[in-house]
Design a protein around this ligand. Sequence first.
Ligand code: FES
Length: 563
Amino acid sequence: MGTVAGRRSTAFFEASGMWGFIRRAFTKGMGFSQSDLGRPLIGVCNTFSELNKCHSHFRELAEAVKRGVWQAGGLPLEFPTISLGEPFVQPTTMLYRNLMAMDTEEMLRAHPLDGVVLLGGCDKTIPAQLMAAATVDIPAIQVTGGPMLDGDFRGERLGACTDCYRLTQEHAAGTLSGEELQGAEDGMCRSAGHCMVMGTASTMGALAEALGMMLPGTSSIPAPDSRRLQACEESGRRIVAMVAEDLRPSRILTPAAFDNAIRVLMALGGSPNAVIHLVAIAGRLGIRLPVARFDALSRETPWLCNVRPSGAHQMETYHRAGGTAALIATMLPLLNGSALTCTGRPLAEAYVDAGVRVPDVIADLDHPLHAEGGLAVLTGNLCPDGAIIKQTAATPALLRHRGRARVLRGLVHGEAVAPDDARPEDVLVLTGAGPVGAPGMPEVGQIPLPQALLRAGVRDMVRVSDARLSGTSYGTLVAHVAPEGAVGGPIGLVRDGDEIELDVPARHLELRVDARELQRRACEQAGPRPLAPRGYARLYQEHVLQADRGCDLDFLLPGGAGR
Ligand code: FES
């Protein structure tokens, strides 16, 4: 973005004639003085919304950011964009991640901002903001809302939404009464902030740090902790310096930074959604991240974080144990330490002073929790363009499994419904729930088990889908199967009774059906795919890329060269 004297706002405010007069007059109309117009103009992108519980404290965070901007000599102006709260948006926030990225991108481009502080938190908001910042390429720093305090029920520590699945499952199994379930509901969300396990929001916060787009050690601070406000203030001060240094996302978000983020994702045992989001952010810079790269780095990056849903602890304990700063410091021998961060220093320097690490929560490289990373990428004739499994949250005995397919086609009232007569050794296959098919690829891959099996004590089965998973999901869940059934992917050709073989150590997922038979089925069901009649959903279905390409819209990639 071109500037006069290095700043976009200078050109804006110092313009001659009527437009310069109007711009200055209208800014002064908000109470700012002539000298304020000479300060770097910093946008504070505030995604506060009462429709997004995870961002309910953002007004206070924005004030702290603005304090920091003023302290450093900038002029902070706050503006809103779309906000996406996971439990509130129907049919799924993923449908709107790209819309939020477009909204943010256009606001950054349309206004004379010299830099921006991005306030995000809930799952899709951080990737949407980073996609926008990468595209517009003005100095940008990410601030997140931080995780909620631990939930509390009868002295038991609860985590959203890992325990939302577990408790409702126990209720369905008859082991938890309605009254008890309500008691858990009352104590689940004790503060503002995002989900307090290593779900997608916590993962994406950590990855924003690993990418270098967020101040060291700030992503894991609990939402109500006063140190989060201090971090906001510091981020406000830092963005003013970044403008002076012309430190743009394109200098930070390099292939080395993405490799660092992938390795941190694997060490976290983090959310599978992060694969899609990292591919999408990189795509905005013309960097192609094949899913095979995730698997290659997973094989040589140990799982270190003993945090739910893969491990035992929650974000509050994780932060007290050193948090993401300690994790990155521990991992430095595996990371590219020369990658530049928003601090202006390379990663190795920025994290050299990271605090104390508690080994029970964050293991060291010599004593990992698992030799490989949390996620594995599968290939095979059922998923020619890949599929993801969080191996650290799966049942070890099911990581190698052969079973009879029970097929679920699409969703019933937005949910996947397993057949009542499914057997524990069956493989539940959900198709029609991908980016185009659903549309928006909802988080329905953790297909609820049939009640009869729950009552019989079964708690996990192999489940395969072209949907996504919540980052808080657990179980033997294969998701992101690409291509999806709705665009002709083999997962749409599976029939009840077909044999499916899963072999995670071999990274293999196979539909054991003859190729000619699959061809016959493909011809039988060929036809135009149903599309939404109008609006954004129609635009999305016509342009969305598959999971292995980050589910971005093809025309949003550099040059619009998506497909
Ligand atoms: Fe917002 Fe989980 S619902 S992070």
